[in-house]
Design a protein around this ligand. Structure first.
Ligand SMILES: Nc1ncnc2c1ncn2[C@@H]1O[C@H](COP(=O)(O)OP(=O)(O)OP(=O)(O)O)[C@@H](O)[C@H]1O
Length: 463
């Protein structure tokens, strides 16, 4: 039983395969391919409201493509966004710092630029806390959690060492200075835990004044760019040497000058004078964006940079947890004290302005392929108008049903097959009738007139 059913299945599949790959079918498909041209049937609806809707949508699409895509977005240009850039920064200006008031120290760019060279960034130290230290034992900083003590028991050696300035020895020192700390609750004189490390520890409660004259410092930005697709290189030094040497950038009058004054930058990025003072005291982060937007269909001299400035860090009034920009660094030296070399260092906590320079840009040049592609997509989008109008005509309004009936043709396959069968039968009958009417004498002249006509054959008994 099972075997016979599987045989039937195989037979069915074979028949289906034969039907699909019937040579007659393939022939007729191939014939149709070279002899038939298909074109969609178009239904014309006489309705001014639908026609106007369609025209409005088409005009909108045309306007969008011509004005926005081709005009504003320059859809006829090939675009290169892979800009290659190099930025070199140099600061000039003499400042006055206070190590310990009233002792001042004159500083030049080698002192306040840390590090001396960075990639597309710059740090100008505007304030600092400097501590000369040596390896020794001393008391912990008063601001460190758990540093205050009453006895040695309070100075646990190994617990939470993250915020300590050295390795705690486990001793509570009640030195002259620390005995002045009074615990109000117990009225006992308190000490500070002793540490082993760099002494004395930094005291960041006493913050000196910001370096004077920072606002007059100037920053020279030297920027080279390349658009590799078009092999175009440009530099931001666009005017002659005398101009570039003495100019100061101004967004309105000197927007091509590559030298910026710190004061002008601060005034642009921060309008509040008090905030500006805080930026000098505690530091801040400023971005300078150089944007190259070049239309290479126009003269190359019009390919110029545009500078935009902004503040990146949060404002002091807003930030609660950590404000400004600072970091520590140390310079080390050794001193021979007649018996051995003693290690010393100067620890600096530097506050200052960090400038981040970003370079962006794109270049565009006429390209025929891009233009044709955009026009092609516009023609494609025009089809949207027909789609929208079809939706409106067929689904909205009272005549929707009528339009739908005219637009869509429903084919009842069985009826259609029956009709075709009947019509082919009728045709056969008519042909037979014609054949009956022909005589042998009629055949000869017809054959002369229509040499390629295939005349119906007479049966012997007809003659
Ligand atoms: N931050 C700046 N402010 C004003 N002028 C500057 C600044 N940096 C450089 N310059 C001047 O711009 C010109 C070009 O600078 P560049 O660094 O290419 O030359 P330089 O001779 O190495 O500069 P310098 O030795 O003066 O630092 C020089 O005249 C230089 O003095």
């Amino acid at each position: 039983m099972r075997r016979s059913s599987s045989n039937k299945n195989i037979e069915k599949k074979r028949n289906l395969f034969k039907q699909l790959f019937n040579t007659n079918n393939i022939k007729s498909v191939l014939r149709a391919f070279v002899t038939e041209y298909e074109t969609p049937k178009i239904v014309a609806i006489h309705s001014w409201s639908i026609a106007i809707t369609c025209r409005i949508v088409q005009i909108l699409i045309l306007l969008y493509t011509i004005l926005y895509v081709l005009g504003y977005q320059k859809g006829y240009q090939q675009v290169d966004q892979s800009i290659i850039s190099s930025v070199i920064l140099k600061v000039k200006g003499i400042g006055t710092g206070y190590d310990e008031k009233p002792v001042t120290s004159i500083m030049d760019n080698a002192d306040y630029i840390i590090p001396s060279q960075e990639n597309s960034a710059l740090f100008i130290m505007t304030n600092y806390i400097r501590t000369d230290q040596q390896r020794a034992k001393c008391t912990e900083g008063i601001t460190v959690d758990g540093a205050k003590c009453l006895s040695n028991d309070n100075c646990m050696k190994d617990s939470d060492t993250i915020k300590r300035n050295g390795r705690w020895t486990g001793i509570c020192r009640k030195s002259k200075n620390s005995s002045s700390i009074v615990d109000n609750s117990s009225s006992l004189s308190m000490g500070l835990c002793e540490l082993e490390g760099w002494c004395p520890v930094e005291n960041d409660l006493v913050r000196p004044e910001a370096i004077r004259d920072v606002l007059n410092f100037t920053i020279f930005i030297k920027n080279f760019i390349e658009f590799p697709k078009f092999n175009i290189t440009r530099s931001n030094i666009l005017r002659d040497a005398t101009y570039s040497k003495y100019c100061i950038w101004n967004s309105l009058t000197d927007d091509l000058c590559p030298i910026f004054r710190v004061k002008n930058i601060l005034e642009i990025v921060e309008t509040d004078a008090d905030e500006r003072q805080k930026m000098l005291a505690y530091g801040g982060v400023i971005r300078i964006k150089i944007d190259w937007n070049c239309n290479l269909d126009r003269p190359l001299s019009e390919c110029i940079p545009k500078y935009t400035l902004g503040r990146l860090d949060s404002r002091y009034r807003v930030e609660q947890f950590s404000f400004g920009f600072n970091f520590r660094f140390a310079s080390h030296w050794k001193y021979y004290n007649k018996t051995y070399y003693q290690s010393y260092r100067t620890l600096t906590k530097a506050f200052g302005l960090r400038f981040i320079i970003t370079v962006t840009g794109q270049a565009g040049k006429f390209n025929f392929l891009t233009l044709t592609l955009n026009i092609g997509s516009m023609i494609g989008v025009l089809g949207l108008a027909t789609f929208i109008c079809d939706m409106v005509a067929l689904n909205c309004g009272q005549k929707g049903n009528v339009y739908r009936r005219e637009k869509f043709q429903t084919v009842d396959l069985r009826k259609r097959i029956e009709q075709l069968r009947r019509s082919s039968e009728n045709e056969k009958e008519r042909e037979n009738e014609k054949t009956d009417r022909f005589s042998e004498d009629d055949r000869q002249p017809l054959a002369k007139i229509y040499p390629f006509t295939i005349l119906p054959k007479y049966k012997d008994d007809d003659v």
